[in-house]
Write a protein that binds this ligand. Structure first.
Ligand code: MRU
Length: 352
């Protein structure tokens, strides 16, 4: 188990905008973690699309912030007066298509497009992108404050994928709660699902928790339901990529199985997410678009083929968990419990 003060060098920031409206975006290449810290300089909307697609930058809130800055980059070249709004819409559509499931991407772009409608100039888009960034930092902080009391002294917490500072502009959603609880003096341990196929749990979550001195053990995804059944887990805490009106939500593939096991064995299952992850235009989870990724991500492990040549694979990157399996949504607007449609409307309004 990684314990306090382990030999983990501090990570560069997940994403930083350098300069003013004509600046550029720097992102930490998460595909190289935990073994290499490589910072990439992104100078065009196309660079940002590629970084989002390839998971150089990932996690629902972080890709929203990256997309907002991507729009700024896409509008830096000279555009004839009058064509600015049209170009903004085109660039935003390209960015939004980079990954389909996390609604934060579209949400951030919609905010920037609304700024363009109000004031069609680069400075206005850049100011809005900076505001999207700052709001995400603040949302992480509020989620952590609302959620920290859920984590009791002596508890074992199970989490899935990565929901920390690598997934947001702030300290994270589910992991942000753990960091806050730890700072408040609570002592607990974490089981981090490795999160096949791309191992965000083993590579990223374990790294972040280890750096914070929080005891963490990586478990294979398939071990988690059995550990829940044996009473080895007190609390399951995950993030989300899109939440529908009835509380159904999409998150990294494997989340649904955790929720089923938690419900079967009476373990509380909580979801942490900012308001930007709610899509109240969707009545239920079956309307959430699920990203299907390249089969090679399943068929290879650390660059090595694991199946015989020619064997196909299916690679849905997310699954949908029914709201009835969720104890609460820990949001920047408070802890929301069932009936979710009513709670969401009260806390988030009819939009987001
Ligand atoms: O494919 P990824 O790594 O972007 O998936 C990330 C997740 O599923 C996270 O749980 C989710 O985005 C919440 S991040 C705070």
């Amino acid at each position: 188990m990684t314990a306090a003060g382990g030999p983990v060098a501090p990570l560069p920031p997940t994403l930083v905008w350098c300069g003013g409206e004509r600046g550029h975006l720097e992102v930490l290449d998460q595909t190289r973690l935990p073994h290499e810290r490589r910072v990439l300089r992104l100078r065009s909307a196309g660079d940002v699309v590629e970084a989002i697609r390839s998971l150089v930058v990932r996690g629902a809130p972080a890709i929203g912030v990256a997309a907002a800055y991507g729009l700024v980059l896409g509008l830096q070249s000279q555009v004839e007066e009058g064509a600015f709004v049209e170009r903004a819409r085109l660039v935003a559509a390209r960015l939004a298509a980079a990954r389909p499931t996390a609604v934060n991407l579209q949400w951030a772009l919609d905010r920037c497009l609304a700024a363009v409608d109000r004031e069609p100039c680069l400075a206005a888009v850049w100011r809005e992108a900076c505001a999207v960034h700052a709001d995400d930092v603040a949302a992480s902080r509020r989620i952590a404050a609302h959620g920290a009391p859920l984590v009791r002294d002596g508890a074992t917490v199970l989490t899935h994928c990565n929901t920390g500072r690598l997934a947001t502009a702030g300290e994270g959603t589910a992991l942000g709660i753990l960091f806050a609880a730890w700072r408040a003096g609570r002592r607990f341990r974490v089981l981090a699902d490795e999160t096949r196929p791309l191992l965000q749990g083993a590579r990223l979550t374990a790294l972040e928790l280890g750096a914070a001195g929080i005891p963490v053990q990586v478990v294979v995804d398939a071990a988690a339901p059995g550990l829940i059944a044996r009473g080895a887990v007190d609390l399951v805490l995950v993030g989300a990529d899109r939440i529908a009106r009835n509380g159904d939500f999409a998150n990294k593939v494997g989340t649904y199985g955790l929720a089923l096991a938690s419900a079967a064995h009476g373990v509380p299952f909580h979801v942490a997410a900012p308001a930007s992850t709610f899509d109240l235009t969707l009545a239920e989870g079956r309307s959430i678009p699920i990203e299907e990724r390249d089969a090679d991500e399943v068929l290879q492990l650390a660059g090595q083929s694991v199946a015989a040549p020619g064997i196909p694979a299916r690679n849905p990157a997310f699954d949908v968990t029914p709201g009835r399996l969720v104890a609460s949504f820990v949001t920047d607007r408070g802890v929301l419990t069932a009936p979710f449609d009513v709670a969401f409307k009260t806390a988030l309004g009819s939009g987001r």
